[in-house]
Every structure is written in structure tokens, then in C-alpha cells.
Design a protein around this ligand. Sequence first.
Ligand code: FEO
Length: 393
Amino acid sequence: MEPRTIKDGVYYVGFIDWDRRLFDSLIPTPHGTSYNSYLIKGSEKTALIDASDFGKEEYLLNVLEKVEIESIDYIISNHAEQDHSGAIPKILEKYPNAKIVTNSKCKELIESFLLIPEEKFIVVKDDEEISLGDKTIQFMIAPWVHWPDTMFSYLKEDKILFPCDFLGSHHATSELFLTDEKEIYLSAKRYYAEIMMLFRTMIKKHLERIDKLDIDIIAPSHGPLYKDPSFIIEAYKDWSGDSVKNQVIIPYVSMHGSTKAMAEYLSESLIDKGIEVKLFNLEVADAGELLMSLVDAATIVVGGSTLLVGPHPLAYYATYLVNAVRPKTKFVSIIGSYGWGGKAVETLKGLISNIKVELIEPVYIKGYPKENDFKSLDELAEKIYKKHKEIGI
Ligand code: FEO
């Protein structure tokens, strides 16, 4: 592909990965992704921002050749994860005078991942700048979105922010700039849920800092670029903010139908009270869809069959995930059924130590639900309804 001009002297030289369906051997990417690299040609120096994934080296080098540059002076590494740094060794082979410009944490990680010697690095601090002649790049150290090494680069004269993973989306598209807002909103929300949600507190701080910049274009490392920065910034403010919606998420697994009957009954009881419900059968649920639903929901009810004496592994996995991504959920409960061993509730309760939630009394029953059990589920729905009313939703 030809380099694509973003502004005078600023080019998109990234790779669109239409086929990628999993990130980190865990995160589903149903719409593929892109590894966005950018070349900035100043009057005196040339800089590359981020350097694509392993296996994409030849592609990147071919696109760079088409920009007609004599050399690359700086490889700006905003983040060490290999989807941004994998091609650095090959770029250094072709442009041996290039220096990697990054912060000290990112340098340490790149050294250990890619075995690059110390003398190839220029370490920058927060707010430091480098000049390319008529263009200036300012660095903003922005840890924990989602690694400790992340930094943003801001091209001052052109008012372009390169926030690395932050504000991106795993979405392969031929459009350089966002066109389909509805589609990209969902992809960006999924990406936020899977990768960023855990770092809500840090995200709020970084958003405040970005608010002070004069930005024409946001150019993230994955997905399309934004000509209207407010589209993604306002979405992030909403997702990372403290307000929750009148929603209950019920991820459940059912071996012989008892927990399924309970989950479905509870969902109907909640719907009758005007509460929005999302039910996820964990046998077939997409983990990304489940995580995305957790961004706004006030309550999660985990439904778990008992396998031997503990929770079914899928219920264990879903609860572990919830605890890992730390949604802003306010209330949690557990429903389910057992045959002859009933330690599942204690195990599941023990898995949510990271999230500050109020636990609503679980409904865990022996065998198939009976009249009294359905009554208990109605009572659980009523308790959830009252809790939601107490917090004004
Ligand atoms: Fe796009 Fe954290 O890697």
C-alpha cells in the first residue's frame, strides 16, 4: 500500500490486519485490527512513531521506501508491547543510525523483549520535546493505559496526538479516518472494556491532561483516526466516569438446566421491574461482549452450576474476569444450583476481592428450582430494584 498523507509531512504507514481474531491469546478481535505506524518528515529530521508487529517488518519497510526518505533519525516507541515494537530490529538493520526515543520504563522492556543494545536509545522524560526542524514532538508519560511504560506523543505544529493504545479500537477498516461512528463506537467500547477499563482512575487523569491540548487529529495505534477528537474523548469520559446504568448482567453456565431456569426466571422478574437485563450463556458467550456489557451495568449476577464441590470452571472464569477488569459495578450476587456438594458460592465470593461492590445475598439451591426457590429469585430481583433506586437509577 502507498503511504497515506494525514497532513503535510505526516504519513500513515501502518498495517491493516483483517484476519486477526485474538489478541494476547485471550481477547477476541472479531473485526480484526490495525497496527498504526506514522512517519513524520521534518525539515531536518525524520521520525517513525511505533513500529508494527512481528511479521509485518517487510510490509512496513516497503511502505517507508515509498515516502522517499533518506533515513530515519528517530523511532519513537510509545509502548513496548510487541504489536508496536516487533519491527524495530529490522528497521534498525535498514536504518542503522536511527535511535529509539522512549521513556525509561519502555526502554527497559524493549531491551528485554527485543535484545536491543543500550546505545540505540534516547531516553525522554515527561514534557520533553524533540525537534525535527520545522516540526516538534512533545512526549507525555502516561503510565497504566494499559502498561506502565505507555507514553503519548504530540506533534505540536500539526496538533496531532498519538496516544498509542489509548483511545484506539481493534477494527480493521480501509478508511483512514473514522466514518461509521456507530460501528467504531462499539469497537472502541469493546476495546476499552477488554484493555482499559481496569485503569479507570488513571484514564480520568490522562483525559484531564489531554483536555488541555489543542488537538486537530487523534491518531491511535489501532483502528481509524479521529478528525473530531471529542467523539472518542467524550465516550471515554462516559465509560470511565462513575455513573452506572439500570442494568443487570447475568453470565451463567448450566450443566443440567437448573441454573438456566433460574437465570431466565430472574431476568424476567427484573425486566418486569423495568430493569435492562443482559443474559450471557457462558457456553457460547463472546468474552468481549460480556466485558463490554460490564462497562455501564450497576449489577452483576453470576449464575454457576456446581461441578463436583466447586463452581463450574466457566463460572469461575467469568468471575475471575470480572474481578480482573474491575468494572464500576456497584452490586453483585450469585445464583445457581448444586447436587451434592455446595462450596461454589464461597469460592465465587472469594474471587471478587478486587472490586468494591456490595454483595446481595446469593440464591443457591439444591437441584431444580421449586416454588420457594422462584420466590427467592423474585425477592432477589426486588432487592436489586431497591438498590438501584437507592443510587438514583
Ligand atoms: Fe497495542 Fe498494548 O498493545
